[in-house]
Ligand binder design. Structure first.
Ligand code: GDP
Length: 416
């Protein structure tokens, strides 16, 4: 292996004060410039029953019309439809991918509803892992399709969460940051909503479902994030209709008795969601996806392949050792299979030869039997021939005698 050099310990470092300007204080600026140049990507997965308001909310969140085709309730299985858009705000480029679960909840077998979602999330992790494993990898301009957040749409029933919601969230919570939201919240009253929110949170806790928590370790946002954690799940309203209110075009839902303003904090939690999702925690969601969810996927995949950091006696194991161990195991297995095949081949050959011999013997016996029958028939014929010949001889003799007698008789008549 490679020669190991000892790692420097903390005590080996000495703090020095600079006697003049060096310039590395510009590092954060360099980082920002680079990130801006590269652009950002953000991938949202919307999970919720057909008609729960997913497309309308995404339109409202990003202030755009995604003109998603309307989904039907009659799909045989859930389909995940990903659409990527390039959005520009000031000089910042955002590559946004919205993945919609089409037909979710419309199947009779509920497992058919959430398994395609789990598979989709895993497939994006796997694609990233494969890129990492390449010798010539290009993660720099790789289009990262890993899901950064799952907006889980809960129907505004006011009752408990449905079993499908629990099952789905449970199977997703270790794979993606889940933000549960109550969709179409204009159809539920204020007091019902308060109750519903409490019920949802307690059911999630009692089922050990881990939802995304806005981080509280960064001072600048910790207070706001902590407050917002207390407002989950956000009750949101979306709309594609805009009207002018006080010189401003705002999104509204108009009813005969009044108007719901999407961006009015007294009407719903839409602004809270937008603030938390886009303005404050988008980077944390991306980070958590990589550091927590992808890391877990990667670890499981490596362990599945036999890789581990420590041996049974807690000794470090290098990937080379693991690779060699795997290879020799694979080689032994291969040899075993080869031997098995060879034995099978020899056995088959023996069986075939035995079968062939028996067949030959049977044919021979049959042939002999037929020959015997022929011979017997021949003998019978010979016998018959002999009898006939004897009969002919006797007949001829008789004939000669008769003729002789006749001629003698005619001679004596003439003499008389
Ligand atoms: P999706 O199938 O989940 O994408 O649902 P859509 O966004 O297509 O919405 C389905 C229907 O619900 C449409 O008629 C929307 O106008 C309506 N809708 C969307 N959001 C809301 C909302 O917040 N409140 C109410 N009352 N209706 C909504």
């Amino acid at each position: 292996g490679l020669p190991m050099c000892p790692l420097p310990q903390d005590d080996d470092y000495r703090a020095l004060s600079l006697s003049g300007h060096v310039g590395f204080s510009t590092l954060p600026d360099q980082l920002v410039k680079k990130s801006i140049g590269r652009g950002f990507c953000f991938n949202i997965l919307c999970v919720g029953e057909t008609g729960s308001g997913k497309s309308t909310l995404i339109n409202s969140l990003f202030n755009i019309s995604f003109d998603d085709p309307v989904s039907t309730h009659f799909l045989p299985k859930v389909k995940l439809r990903a659409q990527t858009y390039e959005l520009q705000e000031s000089n910042i480029l955002l590559k946004l991918t919205v993945v919609n679960t089409v037909g979710f909840g419309d199947q009779i077998n509920k497992e058919d509803s959430y398994q395609p979602i789990v598979d989709y999330i895993d497939a994006q992790f796997e694609a990233y892992l494969q890129e990492e494993w390449k010798i010539k990898r290009s993660l720099f301009n790789y289009h990262d399709s890993r899901i950064h957040v799952c907006l889980y749409f809960i129907s505004p029933t006011g009752h408990f969460l449905k079993p499908l919601d629990l099952l789905t969230m449970k199977s997703l919570d270790s794979k993606v940051n889940i933000i549960p939201i109550i969709g179409k919240a204009d159809s539920i009253t204020k007091s019902e909503l308060r109750n519903f929110k409490n019920k949802i949170m307690s059911v999630l806790v009692s089922n050990h479902i881990q939802i995304y928590q806005f981080p509280t370790d960064d001072e600048t946002v910790s207070k706001m994030n902590a407050i917002m954690n207390g407002h989950m799940p956000f009750a949101v309203v979306g709309s594609d209709e805009k009207v002018q209110i006080e010189n401003k075009m705002v999104r509204v839902r108009q009813y005969p008795w009044g108007t719901v303003q999407v961006e009015n904090e007294n009407h719903c939690d839409f602004v809270k969601l937008r603030e938390m999702l886009i303005c404050t925690n988008m980077e944390d969601l991306r980070e958590q996806t990589h550091a927590q969810h992808y890391e877990l996927y990667r670890r499981c995949r490596l362990e599945e392949m036999g890789f581990r950091d420590m041996g049974p006696g807690n000794e470090p194991v290098s990937p080379q050792e693991v690779y060699e161990a795997e290879w020799s195991e694979f080689y032994l297995e291969l040899q075993r299979e080869e031997n098995e095949l060879r034995e099978q081949y020899v056995q088959r050959k023996k069986e075939k030869a035995a079968m062939f011999k028996e067949e030959k013997q049977q044919q021979l016996a049959k042939h002999e039997h037929q020959m015997q029958i022929l011979e017997e028939a021949h003998l019978k014929l010979e016998k018959k021939k002999k009898v006939l010949e004897d009969e002919i001889a006797a007949f001829l003799e008789k004939k000669v005698k008769t003729e002789l007698l006749q001629s003698e008789a005619s001679i004596s008549a003439i003499a008389v």
